[in-house]
Ligand binder design. Sequence first.
Ligand SMILES: [Fe+2]
Ligand SMILES: [Fe+2]
Length: 200
Amino acid sequence: VLGLLVATDARWAQGAARDLPRVLCDHAHCEMKAASNALSLAGRCIGHAEVMRALVELAEEELRHFRRVLEELERRGIALGPPSEDWYAAELRRRVARGRAQGALDGLVIVDRLLVASFIEARSCERFKLLASALASADPALSAFYDQLFADEARHHRLFCELATRVCGDEGHVRMRQSEIALIEAALVGELPLAPEIHG
Ligand SMILES: [Fe+2]
Ligand SMILES: [Fe+2]
């Protein structure tokens, strides 16, 4: 689904459903990072007015997600601690940068960053769906919340793909990078420890 070549191991959702405080704290940080990443990308796309506006709107939506997860934490009396390192996202960026042509133009670097973001959205989206299913009987309200977020993040995945194509202007290049990044992402997911975190 959503351009992902491998599915998350089913054991991940079982473990995550057993440690909701850790999942919710990690999830809150993911939404905050998604908002700040969208804003940082907006700042690098000043020359593409429509792309920039779409990214600012996305940042606002991610902040709304952040607030909703915060409310969920408050309702449960869970304090938000400091973020743990998102190894998946950081390593995906590193490996994609390593696979990029040396001295690639700045525009192509931004295209890669937009595509990496599209994969992070896709993987988060896949995992929200797994979490929604795992929580369906034990916590229907939280399950419904994750179902809603599944739809939002699927839309974000498509948006990042569209924006990459618009910034790049060369659909062939975007398709090629998508195939390359999909392989990198699939290998990376196989190395994850299946910890109770969104990208764990
Ligand atoms: Fe989000
Ligand atoms: Fe998102």
